[in-house]
Design a protein around this ligand. Structure first.
Ligand code: ATP
Ligand code: MG
Length: 140
């Protein structure tokens, strides 16, 4: 296993319900370290670019609308096997299919409003981190 960095976003449904601290605690309790963090409201254009990989999918427009419907909290997270570990802690995309005890099983509202995002590969992580953070904001 290698030390990796990944990008996590606490999505608008979770910030709206004041779940930021509870979600971040799951990551920290798993031994992961938050090395950069910001609260922001994405613009439509930023949401479209962030999720450009899904631009051909039927849910893309709704997903972009949802991601700008409220503030999000983004963080760069570092740790052993961080990319897969965060996705394990998050659970399956659809909360109805997420394993018991995962963030999405516990907090997710729907397949769209599923409370958290996590990068899915080292390449995606570097794109997403660079999209939302500059080097001087990341303090290891
Ligand atoms: P994320 O990229 O947000 O970590 P994921 O990797 O589990 O989630 P993706 O397939 O990358 O899932 O989808 C990105 C996001 O698009 C999902 O988290 C969800 O918010 C939304 N989404 C995915 N599939 C659907 C769908 N069938 N209907 C509505 N929204 C969807
Ligand atoms: Mg994804």
């Amino acid at each position: 296993m290698a030390v990796e960095r990944t990008l996590s976003i606490i999505k608008p449904d979770a910030t709206r319900r004041n779940l930021t601290g509870k979600i971040l605690a799951r990551f920290e309790e798993a031994g992961l370290r938050i090395v950069a963090q910001k609260r922001l409201r994405l613009t439509r254009e930023q949401a479209e670019r962030f999720y450009a990989v899904h631009s051909e999918r039927s849910f893309y427009d709704d997903l972009c609308d949802y991601m700008i419907s409220g503030p999000v909290v983004a963080q760069v997270i570092v740790g052993e096997n961080a990319i897969a570990l965060i996705r394990e802690i998050m659970g399956a995309t659809n909360p109805a299919n997420a394993a018991p005890g995962t963030i999405r099983a516990e907090f997710g509202e729907s397949i769209e409003a599923n409370s958290v995002h996590g990068s899915d590969s080292p390449e995606t992580a570097e794109f997403e981190i660079g999209f939302l953070f500059s080097g001087i904001e990341i303090i290891g």
